[in-house]
Design a binder for this molecule. Structure first.
Ligand SMILES: Cc1ncc(COP(=O)(O)O)c(C=O)c1O
Length: 361
């Protein structure tokens, strides 16, 4: 028996065990080809089938209409921070950004490197402890788009609703909560996510663009930086991250086997309620970082009374087989990431540990 720990890493994060086993099973001889998918040409029919199936699965799992183009791109979500403004802001135009965390802020800065940005809301001065109410998001009505980050991985906050932007295209970085809940994806003109939390391994980003928005993308960019290039070639313009796309396909199949987003959301809500319940049951000891109404269902962040206790908490959890819970250096404390592949039993184990740890102090 291989020893596996409970993995609460913020990303790259745990993958479903069933998926890892399937990868292992198919690694040396992918479907009778005598080759690993790692060694196959992306122009061969085996990989093309994987690519096609992954596209179909993204549409199916996220409930997307044929109006949306599905792309798989290398370079992580950070590349999208730059490509979105490069592709969609015309000369002299401005885009609006909601600044709710370190990654949202990085996206804003990348826009400022190539165009003008309007800050539609910022909780920076409040240490990013909350996301705005919809009425607090303000921007001129002629902006190229409004960009937001649906889940702030580092701070542990999440949007539970999205603004009605009318004719202004809504763009979102969904890296840390994609496919974790049912969502009205029709609201978005473009959304993207690095795969390494809920969708697969690092190395590929999912990008979904409504076709009428894509039609407005700038012409004349270097081909590799143009969304149109990738759309025209079904994401096979250059060598794609084949292994990452293959695993993403398996993860999407796994999501389907769990009842799709409805099933996944139900389990995720139970996990979330268990953890925040443990925090709220001992507010003098466990202090949540996020304001209650902004709490994330994916990254649960908290502080303990002292840094020494936080270090002890991390060390003792590790002894009990739970890893990946040290908070990001900018927030400190503890962060327990409970992405899709983290089971209810794993979360129950963390909650039991929290109770015992507190009593032992
Ligand atoms: C919300 C969010 N956006 C963007 C990124 C950056 O992703 P990448 O490292 O794939 O560029 C991350 C990484 O953790 C993230 O959590």
């Amino acid at each position: 028996m291989v020893k596996r720990v409970v993995n609460f890493n913020p990303g790259p994060a745990g993958l479903p065990l069933e998926v890892l086993k399937k990868v292992q099973e198919e690694l040396l001889d992918y479907q009778g080809t005598g080759l690993s998918i790692l060694e196959s040409s992306h122009r061969e029919k085996e990989f093309e089938a994987v690519n096609d199936q992954a596209i179909v699965l993204v549409r199916e799992v996220l409930g997307l209409s044929p109006d949306y183009q599905v792309l798989f791109m290398g370079g992580g979500a950070s590349t999208q921070f730059a490509l979105v403004p490069m592709n969609f802001i015309d000369a002299g135009q401005t885009a609006a950004y909601v600044d709710t965390g370190e990654f949202a802020n990085k996206a804003l800065k990348e826009c400022q490197a190539v165009a003008r940005a309007h800050v539609a809301f910022s909780s920076k001065e409040e240490k990013y402890r909350r996301v705005p109410k919809m009425s607090e998001i303000k921007y001129p009505d002629n902006v190229a788009y409004l960009h937001m980050c649906s889940n702030n991985t580092i701070e542990g906050t999440q949007f539970h609703e999205f603004p009605d932007t009318g004719s202004v295209p809504l763009v979102a970085d969904m890296s840390s909560d994609i496919a974790s809940r049912q969502l009205d994806y029709k609201k978005f003109s473009l959304f993207y996510a690095g795969a390494q939390k809920n969708l697969g391994p690092a190395g590929v980003a999912l990008v979904v663009i409504r076709k009428d928005f894509l039609a407005k993308a700038k012409k004349g960019l270097p081909a590799i930086l143009s969304y149109q290039t990738h759309a025209d070639s079904k994401s096979l313009y250059n060598t794609p991250p084949v292994f990452a796309v293959y695993i993403m396909k398996l993860v999407l199949e796994w999501i389907k086997s769990k009842g799709g987003l409805a099933g996944i959301e139900k389990t995720n809500n139970t996990k979330r309620d268990l953890l925040y319940g443990a925090i709220d049951a001992a507010p003098d000891f466990y202090k949540g970082n996020a304001e209650k109404s902004s709490r994330s269902g994916m990254n649960v962040t908290m502080r303990l009374p002292t840094e020494d206790l936080e270090n002890k908490f991390v060390a003792e959890a590790k002894k009990e087989g739970m890893v990946g819970i040290k908070g990001h250096r900018s927030v400190g404390g503890i962060r327990i990431s409970i992405y899709n592949a983290v089971s209810l039993e794993d979360v129950q184990k963390a909650v039991d540990f929290m109770g015992r740890f507190r009593k032992s102090i």
